[in-house]
Design a protein around this ligand. Structure first.
Ligand code: CA
Ligand code: CA
Ligand code: CA
Ligand code: CA
Length: 406
């Protein structure tokens, strides 16, 4: 009898554990009912699982709290538009739609021209947030044109706003000082009880403290699109750290797959230096898909005595930045001027320093970049007979690692 009772409780225990596991699996597969969509470019982690953990889910209300820290700045808006539309058919919820753009700074090889250009904020996370308690009512992403449309239901105090976050499904742009903060901009609050469908357009100005974050996001999205076309596989999550006026330098950190960018502490900023952002992205590509043994440290274009591993790593990063942009020039704006060079000559802009005759040997990073560029490009000189494009280079880059024998 005792044995039967023990067997009964053992089975009861096993059944309880089994039911518990089934509940967990069911909960995970349904993700708490999230309606977030995966964006166009392919990355490892969908938006819903990156640094966002749902700490509160209220069943039936389609409401979520995220426990990540958002750095929201209500700065620099232009062309804000809010108007109601007549609805010709019944809807299950209210909706907000519109487009989100950021103002990009234009530069040439002498520095910023003073002009700006509005560009779409592509594939970024967008949320409808209730103002009274900061609950996220619904979320989605912008498309390749920067447009979004979100359905939502608000059963509590009226008053919601749109929050656009410097985050896609594989790239996050975070604050340099507080690593958990994600840059975001928020719209003015609208009274969602006064209609069914609303339009909110947002333009993020250069003067906004989050403006640079959205250029970094856009440039790295170009990088990810280029890389995805080569690898055909999802990419590891990449985080970029930048903050206005921060003292953090510009470098790639392989330990956590992060790019760090100057925020202006020393007068030099890199948040609108697309070429430099993509140079660091080149290090991300080699760290994740090839072998990079660079010891790091200071390096310069005219140094012919660099560690050969450093020269290769920096030369690759120069080349990959140019390959993504289709331009052999690389510009680093510095205050009202720039430091720039191009690897086709190679030559140095705005300087009497002769890069062509001075940058030689495998221990020079420009020499390494120039060789890769000539293999890649279609503009062939007397000494350049190759026009192989990126695929032939990439065929070797990740696939033929010569390992040391011991
Ligand atoms: Ca740009
Ligand atoms: Ca710069
Ligand atoms: Ca060529
Ligand atoms: Ca050439």
């Amino acid at each position: 009898m005792k044995a039967n009772r023990a067997t009964f409780f053992r089975y009861l225990y096993l059944i309880t554990i089994l039911l518990f596991l089934l509940l967990i699996i069911y909960g995970c597969r349904n993700g708490g009912g999230s309606s977030e969509t995966v964006i166009g470019n392919s990355c490892v982690a969908p938006l819903s699982v990156m640094n966002k953990e749902k700490s509160t889910y209220q069943a039936g209300r389609n409401e979520y709290r995220f426990n990540y820290n958002i750095l929201a700045k209500l700065l620099g808006y232009t062309n804000f538009e809010l108007k109601r539309k007549n609805i010709a058919f019944a809807q299950t919820g209210k909706s907000i739609s519109g487009s989100i753009r950021y103002d990009d700074r234009v530069y040439d090889n002498t520095g910023f021209t003073g002009g700006t250009e509005l560009k779409p904020v592509r594939f970024a996370a967008v949320e409808v947030v209730r103002n009274s308690d900061s609950i996220v009512l619904s979320s989605s992403t912008t498309d390749s044109s920067g447009r979004y449309s979100i359905q939502f239901t608000n059963t509590d105090t009226p008053g919601v706003y749109i929050r656009v976050i410097s985050e896609t499904d594989c790239v996050l742009i975070k604050n340099s000082v507080s690593g958990n903060a994600i840059h975001a901009v928020i719209s003015p609050i609208i009274n969602d009880s006064a209609g069914e469908s609303f339009i909110i357009n947002m333009d993020i100005a250069v003067s906004s403290e989050a403006g640079g974050a959205f250029n970094i996001l856009d440039v790295l999205t170009d990088g990810m699109t280029f890389l995805s076309s080569l690898t055909g596989t999802p990419q590891p999550t990449l985080t970029a750290f930048w903050e206005k006026n921060s003292c953090d330098g510009t470098y790639f950190e392989s330990l956590d797959n992060s790019i760090h960018l100057l925020g202006g502490c020393s007068g030099d900023t890199d948040e609108y230096d697309d070429d430099i952002i993509l140079h660091e992205f080149g290090h991300y590509a080699s760290a994740n898909f090839s072998r990079d043994d660079s010891p790091g440290g200071p390096h310069s274009l005219g140094d012919n005595t660099e560690d050969i591993r450093l020269a290769w790593s920096e030369g690759w990063a120069h080349f990959f930045s140019s390959a993504i942009r289709g331009n052999p020039r690389q510009v680093d704006t510095i205050l009202n001027s720039a430091s720039s060079f191009e690897m086709e000559g190679p030559s140095l802009f705005a300087s009497s320093f002769d890069l062509d005759s001075s940058s030689i040997y495998t221990t020079n990073e420009v020499a390494a970049a120039a060789v890769l560029w000539d293999i890649f490009d279609n503009t062939n000189e007397a000494f350049d007979a190759l026009s192989l494009g990126i695929n032939s280079i990439w065929d070797i880059f990740p696939g033929y690692l010569i390992l040391p024998t011991v």
